[in-house]
Design a protein around this ligand. Structure first.
Ligand code: FE2
Ligand code: FE2
Length: 276
């Protein structure tokens, strides 16, 4: 079985030193890879990325991540990604990585994604330049995801996002802010290229389980949603080079630690949508 650990919205700051190492240190005993679904840092400052890089450097599983909106806040996303890559993290944005495990090959395609809303209640590339730019960004990121997924010829394929592809995993958040939490265009991209699982974060008060219209399982792994250090999803394969036989991500509730002090549900309640 290919075992995938996943968590999002770590929101690491310089003061987080040590806490993550304790939570993630034994991840290699439970998983073949660790996926981080964006909002790695509190505000995208290089010092925060350095603090996270120090925590991740010693892990003995491959770490794969996408950036989130918080990692863009200081307008230094390239520096944030560069510091993490120096620590061995595969930071994806419109590309993919292959990881060979004893149970078969795993491919992860990643993009940050963006907002816009969901079918029947979404923004359109129409009107003011700002509105056009907003939706155009979502379209571009969705197209990049579709292309990256299409390059993968692995036993298991995972789409790693920050923003949500379906509204189901946002349930618990105020519906008024759904357009700032994700876009149906991401789900359409996944369904066109195919995947075994979609992982995302960003919706701190959302719901773990969802599914795309095409039947691909979606999991919101924001740490405040899964309430543990990471969730584990397992995939049975028929062997290297063969297609996966089980697309359903199983959850075993593993993972040390739990609700941390960085992002309680209560704190999330008062945060505006832009601060998810
Ligand atoms: Fe976010
Ligand atoms: Fe977040």
């Amino acid at each position: 079985m290919i075992r995938v650990a996943a968590v999002g919205d770590l929101h690491v700051g310089p003061d987080s030193a040590g806490a993550l190492r304790e939570q993630l240190g034994a991840v290699h005993e439970k998983a073949d890879v660790l996926l981080i679904a964006g909002d790695l840092t509190k505000s995208g400052e290089p010092e925060e990325a350095e603090a996270l890089a120090r925590e991740l450097r010693g892990l003995s599983v491959q770490v794969v991540a996408v950036l989130g909106n918080h990692d863009h806040h200081a307008d230094r996303p390239a520096e944030v990604a560069g510091l993490l890559r120096e620590a061995g993290v595969a930071v994806l944005e419109g590309d993919a990585v292959r990881i060979d495990t004893p149970a078969g090959s795993l491919g992860v395609a990643g993009v940050k994604g963006f907002g816009g809303g969901f079918s029947g209640a979404s923004g359109a590339e129409f009107g003011e330049p700002e509105m056009k730019a907003f939706i155009r960004h979502t379209k571009e990121r969705s197209e990049a995801l579709e292309s990256a997924l299409a390059t993968l010829e692995t036993d298991v394929r995972i789409a790693l996002l920050h923003y949500a592809p379906v509204r189901e995993t946002l349930l618990g958040e105020p519906p008024e802010i759904f357009p700032f939490l994700g876009s149906y265009l991401l789900a359409e991209a996944v369904d066109r290229s195919g995947a075994d699982l979609v992982i995302h974060g960003h919706a701190h008060r959302g719901t773990e389980h969802g599914v795309t219209p095409g039947g691909v399982n979606v999991r919101n792994v924001a740490q405040t949603v899964i309430r543990q250090a990471y969730a584990i999803y397992g995939f049975e394969t028929t062997g290297r080079g063969e297609p996966a036989t089980a697309g359903e991500g199983s959850r075993d509730g593993q993972g040390r630690g739990s609700r941390d002090g960085r992002g309680s549900r209560d704190a999330a309640k008062s945060a505006p949508a832009s601060e998810r």
